[in-house]
Design a protein around this ligand. Structure first.
Ligand SMILES: NC(=O)c1ccc[n+]([C@@H]2O[C@H](COP(=O)([O-])OP(=O)(O)OC[C@H]3O[C@@H](n4cnc5c(N)ncnc54)[C@H](O)[C@@H]3O)[C@@H](O)[C@H]2O)c1
Length: 311
């Protein structure tokens, strides 16, 4: 059985994966920044090893890997989102990209399988026709996407150089229980926050921007399957393969809450590609998966969030 280290494992995606791994009887260690929000791990806190530290502490991470006999590392740490600025990009290079580059030879030396969480949208950039396969041109138009590209290239380079074992995952837009309603990322979470707080939802542009949404439980199940079944040194898109516009999501929410939702359309953003739908044929070659429908996923999320705050 594998022993996992999740770097950035108290975040939305990491905590959801950690819970599932623990439930399946795996040993899980988590490295998180001192002072970070770790409440998502409350239900499993007795069953995991939670360490406070930083990506840039190569010796600490080496000891942690050896002490816990880790053989799989999930890299979930990032300080950027698609709207991040140039100065935040430079800071991410210092605090995430370079420390990761410094860690890669260690992972190789210790025969670690590295699972890197890249981006399934921002790394591809603008796309006007059809869905995006893993071989599509990488042409980010955001600093976030560009930072992911630097990370992917560094991982592939280290693998050519020293044989690093890796899988790169390119997630679309995971949403659902555990996602922060207060973050600057995540359309569905933001809409739910505004509905529950009776606030107007601001939409950048005319609401035609299309994204590929995936329910967090589906996402986690797929990630764990990919880690166990996929060929190493490969890249996998992880999404639903379907696109929905912002306006469709708003209509779906209206139907679910059965009342009007206040919406205001504002100036669109240069960092938002008009359509991102992932081609998931490569994923389907290794996994046969029944997805939660978008409506059911949104209903579950809304129901959970409205348990102490009636709609
Ligand atoms: N959530 C999404 O919609 C989405 C979509 C595509 C890709 N991703 C990628 O998946 C990964 C996880 O996303 P998430 O939504 O769980 O993010 P998150 O912000 O909820 O979690 C990231 C965690 O990393 C930790 N972290 C940051 N810098 C660190 C450092 N130097 N050392 C140790 N820990 C550090 C943070 O404290 C945080 O808990 C990220 O790399 C993100 O870019 C997320």
């Amino acid at each position: 059985m594998s022993k996992y280290l999740l770097i950035g494992g108290a975040g939305f995606i990491g905590a959801a994966i950690a819970k599932k791994l623990v439930l399946a009887g795996n040993e899980v260690s988590i490295l998180e920044l001192p002072g970070s929000y770790v409440d998502r791990l409350d239900v499993i806190k007795e069953k995991i090893n939670l360490y406070y530290g930083n990506l840039n502490q190569v010796d600490v991470i080496k000891d942690l890997i050896l002490e816990n006999d880790i053989n799989v590392v999930l890299h979930l740490a990032s300080s950027l989102i698609p709207s991040s600025s140039q100065s935040q990009y430079v800071e991410d290079i210092e605090k995430v990209v370079i420390p990761t580059i410094n860690l890669l030879p260690l992972f190789s030396e210790l025969n670690i399988k590295l699972i890197f969480f890249s981006s399934g949208g921002a790394i591809y950039g603008e796309n006007l026709n059809g869905s995006l396969s893993e071989n599509h041109l990488l042409a980010p138009i955001s600093y976030y996407g560009q930072a992911k590209l630097l990370m992917e290239e560094s991982i592939k380079f280290e693998s050519r150089k020293s044989g690093l074992d890796y899988i790169i995952l390119r997630p679309s837009n995971p949403y659902g229980i555990g996602q922060s309603l207060y973050g600057k990322q995540g359309l569905i979470a933001t809409c739910i926050h505004n509905i529950l707080n009776r606030k107007t939802i601001q939409i950048w542009g005319d609401g035609s921007v299309v994204r590929d949404y995936i329910y967090i439980d589906d996402f986690v199940e797929i990630v764990i399957n990919v880690i166990n079944m996929a060929t190493s040194r490969e890249i996998y898109n992880i999404g639903s393969g379907n696109g929905h516009s912002v306006n469709e999501i708003i209509e779906m929410l209206k139907k679910i809450v059965d009342k009007t939702i206040e919406v205001e359309y504002v100036q669109n953003r240069a960092v938002d590609a008009s359509s991102i739908i992932l081609d998931i044929s490569k994923l389907k070659n290794i996994i046969n998966f029944e997805y939660t429908s978008l409506e059911t996923g949104i209903k579950n999320f809304l129901l959970y969030e409205s348990s102490d705050k009636p709609i």
